[in-house]
Design a protein. Sequence first.
Length: 75
Amino acid sequence: MNEYVQRYANCEFHVEQWTDDDLRVDTLLSCSVNALIAKAAYEEATRQRPTRIVRLRHRARIIAEHIPDNLRQAV
């Protein structure tokens, strides 16, 4: 396992920006082992990216998601 993968292997909470078609992760915005820090990162990401799909995940489970109204009908 390379150093980059090892660094993020223990991060269980991910804040992700998804593509507009909602098919894949576009950008990993944050990863954390702490739920409170992850929630704060998610809230800030939704403020900074109001037109993008942003999700807070714990492993495979979606804890919170922001889908803008203009993309909600398309998804």
